[in-house]
Ligand binder design. Structure first.
Ligand SMILES: CSC[C@@H](O)[C@@H](O)C(=O)COP(=O)(O)O
Ligand SMILES: [Zn+2]
Length: 217
């Protein structure tokens, strides 16, 4: 669907993710880049199941927002704006960044103690750009610091040294974030990673490995 105002797409997607249980209460945040390089991001603390056009803050390329208007309308940018900003800086081709909190994302973030999680070699990985016979794909995991700029700094440091295999990252005990060239692709990426996490949790519940290992090892 192509909306005249990209906030309409974010509103519809947030409602859909809310209904899936991935953006319950005020959890999660969505942003979309505009032609002038600014981006709309969901305002902090808004119920994601019932957003309206006035529940967004515009962040300009210099990092500033329209503070007098935001003050007047009691709007604060998402607490996780720094993460969106760092991802747009690292990946200039990205035009949308979506972050959700699902139960499964939090469960799988505890499947390993290290800083990356092996993903099972599912066909779904193709939707995230992985075209390999028996892929060894990992999603990076970041610590959930109370200070969000510290999480953003960790993301910047890690991805500057080690490129991301897929356009997604996990924050342990918190949720998943994806970036994409369009809002439609970002929605698909969230759905794909959430499918993979559901599969991993289901496999784990069946006593099977939900990661890239096969049954013989
Ligand atoms: C349910 S509280 C979740 C927040 O702390 C945060 O992690 C989040 O995703 C939403 O923050 P927000 O500032 O509304 O964008
Ligand atoms: Zn969050």
């Amino acid at each position: 669907m192509n909306y005249l105002d990209p906030r309409l797409e974010l509103i519809a997607t947030a409602r859909q993710f809310y209904q899936q249980g991935w953006m319950v209460g005020t959890a999660g945040n969505l942003s979309v880049v505009l032609p002038d390089g600014s981006f709309w991001i969901t305002a902090s603390g808004r119920s994601k199941g019932e957003l309206s056009l006035s529940d967004f803050v515009r962040i300009y390329p210099d990092g500033k927002d329209d503070s007098s208007n935001n003050l007047k309308n009691n709007l604060k940018p998402s607490a996780e704006t720094a993460i969106h900003q760092v991802l747009y800086t690292l990946f200039p081709e990205a035009n949308a960044c979506y972050h959700v909190h699902s139960v499964e994302a939090n469960l799988v973030s505890r499947f390993v103690t290290g800083d990356s999680l092996p993903l099972p070699p599912l066909e779904m990985l193709k939707g995230l750009g992985i075209y390999q016979e028996n892929p060894n794909c990992q999603i990076p995991i970041f610590a959930n610091h109370l200070q969000v700029p510290k999480i953003a700094a960790d993301i910047k440091e890690r991805f500057t040294i080690t490129p991301a295999q897929i356009p997604a990252l996990l924050i342990r005990d918190h949720g998943v974030t994806v970036w994409a060239s369009s809002p439609e692709s970002a929605r698909n990426y969230i759905e794909l990673v959430e499918y993979i996490f559901r599969y991993m949790v289901a496999a784990w519940a069946l006593g099977r490995r939900g990661d890239a290992g096969n049954d013989n090892d």
